[in-house]
Design a protein around this ligand. Structure first.
Ligand SMILES: *Cc1c(COP(=O)(O)O)cnc(C)c1O
Length: 420
């Protein structure tokens, strides 16, 4: 029956009341009025520059710990373009293929790991600016000292994975708290790396709260707080300069007349918010940031409509049940809202089927291995266009955020046509 019913309409949402009341739309679209001016404070931008230098300092060490081809040790991803219908290319920023973590979490999560490693190293007289820094980090005595320090993280999966793999490589002890949405293969792989995995029946917010509580009672322990970490944000934001360099090299120069429209999947908001503030600092009004969420977990849209105050989507009859495990978050980060809310120009909420369709399509058409969360950006383009009403040309870019490391069997089950 559902197959033959006409497609539900796309709904433009302008108030939190309309968000609460609109339950049968195929997609929700919220568009901010024009924003301009200062998008982000100078202190935050200084932190981003600091993070960029930290990645550079650690590149030789990461190269040694994760040897792979001619990798230079920098956490960076390719920018590709796909031929698109309108005669314009569709740009894709391939963070699903980021080194070490295979997801956007390699940026924020690994940055926070590096900063913690650096703090411990300094305390023990290992100078991060010394030419033999990479050497010293691999010294068995230094590693022994790392082993007495612990990282704790709560996550739906990908953050725990990125933090876990990177931190274990430096010899740190790692404990991750995962929500019920987390995929079994991520837990199994983490355990094989010597990570302690604690599973929770509840959702993302509960797993993070549990991990935070647990971390507070320990010594020599650092908690990576997905809801509240400036170090995560700064790590994500470094991506902006990387992208700007790639666009510039390709002769792409966004302007307010022909702006860059960036679609980014959004969970708690750290990745999207960090990237958004980095891009606004470079392009200002010449970039429009569109965050994309599952209908069941549209917590950032709800927060933007709620005067930029984080609010649980359960209050609006959404159940946080989605195939997009990386985006299954019931409440956005208040830190992200405080620092980067004005960098978010639009929000689109879409259904699971649209994400899965896009994952299938991108695999068959472009060979991109994306998990449903990571394909969300593609699925948001049509709904946004249908309500935006503007016809001026834009440069479209979709940020793909994870999937490269999915086990083949799991991926095949996702993209193969369902057998009846
Ligand atoms: C975590 C994640 C996101 C969103 O990042 P947030 O910081 O939670 O907003 C998007 N896509 C994938 C695949 C992720 O794992």
């Amino acid at each position: 029956m559902a197959m033959t019913a006409p497609a539900s309409p796309v709904a433009r949402i302008e108030t939190i009341e309309a968000f609460a009341a609109t339950r049968d739309a195929s997609a929700l679209v919220w568009i901010e009025g024009p924003t301009s001016g200062a998008f982000c404070d100078a202190g935050t931008l200084a932190d981003v520059e600091d993070a960029r230098r930290r990645f550079e300092r650690f590149a030789p060490a990461l190269c040694r710990l994760f040897p792979s081809g001619d990798w230079d040790g920098l956490i960076a991803s390719p920018l590709i373009s796909l031929p698109d219908n309108g005669g314009r290319p569709l740009w894709v920023k391939c963070d699903h293929a980021l080194p070490i973590a295979g997801s956007v979490k390699a940026r924020g999560g690994i940055h926070e790991v590096l900063k913690y490693v650096e703090t411990i190293a300094r305390k023990h007289g290992v100078d991060p600016d010394a030419p033999d820094f990479a050497e010293r980090l691999l010294d068995p005595n230094v590693r022994q000292m790392f082993a007495s320090h612990q990282l704790l993280v709560g996550s739906t999966g990908n953050l725990a994975y990125g933090v876990g793999v990177a931190a274990r490589a430096f010899g740190l002890a790692v404990e991750v708290h995962m929500s019920s949405d987390a995929k079994a293969w991520k837990k199994e792989r983490l355990r094989s790396f010597g990570v302690t995995v604690v599973e929770h029946d509840g959702d993302f917010t509960e797993a993070v709260a549990e991990a935070r509580r647990s971390a507070a009672s320990r010594t020599a322990c650092h908690f990576v707080d997905d809801e509240n970490s400036r170090d995560l944000l700064a790590g994500y934001a470094v991506a902006a300069r990387e992208l700007a360099g790639q666009l510039d090299e390709g002769g792409v120069r966004p302007s307010p007349d022909i702006p860059l429209v960036v679609y980014i999947p959004c969970g708690v908001g750290g990745a999207a918010g960090g990237i958004a503030l980095g891009l606004k600092a470079i392009y200002g009004d010449a970039v429009h940031i569109v965050i994309v969420e599952p209908l069941a977990s549209a917590c950032m849209m709800a927060a933007r409509l709620n005067g930029n105050r984080a609010v649980s989507i359960y209050r609006y009859g959404r159940d946080n049940r989605t195939i997009a495990d990386g985006l299954a978050v019931p409440c956005a980060s208040q830190l992200v809202l405080d620092v980067a809310a004005t960098c978010i120009d639009a929000a689109v909420a879409i259904g699971d089927e649209a994400m899965t369709d896009c994952a299938r399509h991108m695999w068959s058409e472009a060979g991109l291995k994306l998990e449903p969360s990571a394909a969300a950006g593609f699925a948001a383009r049509a709904p946004l266009r249908s309500v935006w009403g503007k016809t001026n040309p834009v440069i479209e870019l979709v940020w793909t955020t994870g999937g490269q490391l999915m086990p083949d069997e799991e991926f095949a089950a996702l993209v193969e046509p369902q057998k009846k």
